[in-house]
Design a protein around this ligand. Sequence first.
Ligand SMILES: NC(=O)c1ccc[n+]([C@@H]2O[C@H](COP(=O)([O-])OP(=O)(O)OC[C@H]3O[C@@H](n4cnc5c(N)ncnc54)[C@H](OP(=O)(O)O)[C@@H]3O)[C@@H](O)[C@H]2O)c1
Length: 273
Amino acid sequence: MANTYAVIGDPIDHSLSPNIHNAAFRQLGLDHTYIAYRIPVGELSAGIGALKKIKISGFNVTIPHKIEMMKFLDEMDTTCKVIGAVNTVLNEDGKLKGYNTDMIGFLDPIKKRNLTIKDSQVMLLGAGGAARAIVTAMVKEKAHKITIVNRTLENANKLAEFAKKIGGNVDVVSLQEANELISEHKFIINSTSIGMKDEPSPISTDSINENSIIYDIVYQPMNTDLIKKSKEMGATVIYGYEMLLSQAACSFEIWHKTEAPYDVMKKALLGGV
Ligand SMILES: NC(=O)c1ccc[n+]([C@@H]2O[C@H](COP(=O)([O-])OP(=O)(O)OC[C@H]3O[C@@H](n4cnc5c(N)ncnc54)[C@H](OP(=O)(O)O)[C@@H]3O)[C@@H](O)[C@H]2O)c1
């Protein structure tokens, strides 16, 4: 059967998800289509109505709808409930079931490298939507402490409240203070959007060393300034595209109940790198 899938958000025209999923369909000989569908803020209800009308089989949700979409779900899985945001929806006979694959997508590249989060010190830059999934992941994996660093302190404090509620040990520091604390942290994660426009690294990379693990979830460009400088300092680096692919593979498996062709999806994203 030919089914339709989508990613909804705004802006959406540069989304890489259609390339990734359509390449997977071709590889597996599935007669499905995955489209990008722009739904502006304030038009989510009408947009969801339109998707239901065309009997959409499933869709991904991105900025700015990840939280508001929760209102339109008939059911949600535990991860989606805990994080309080949805990025994957399955349509089963008109009933919408929500999932959040960002957490698994985030953890997967760490697990593939056999790196241990348990009892480690984590510095998290950013306190937006993606940071919520990361905090949930770090608490689940029993990090010793999460230091949250963000431009707007109020957002950092809100995220810290959330982290405490789910059992995390957290601290909030300013960007300036963070630079003094870098060598104390095993994991440094950038979940701000700094880097997307080739900006300089959000933190000083001077005290990053071969024991540091630097994870930049920005995926375009692949080699952000933070990644480039961290590599020069001998750190282990984890790229944003790895999270993007893992969360896409996880969505794929929710919809199609079959293993996602990861390597084909990766080739579609990186062009054979
Ligand atoms: N690899 C993946 O699979 C994946 C998944 C999700 C997101 N992402 C990427 O992660 C980034 C954040 O996504 P999001 O959904 O969390 O976005 P968001 O909810 O809009 O949060 C943006 C975060 O970046 C900070 N920020 C933005 N501009 C800044 C600046 N000029 N200086 C300092 N801080 C700044 C914001 O700080 P304030 O609180 O001060 O505004 C906030 O903490 C984006 O680049 C997105 O593409 C990647």
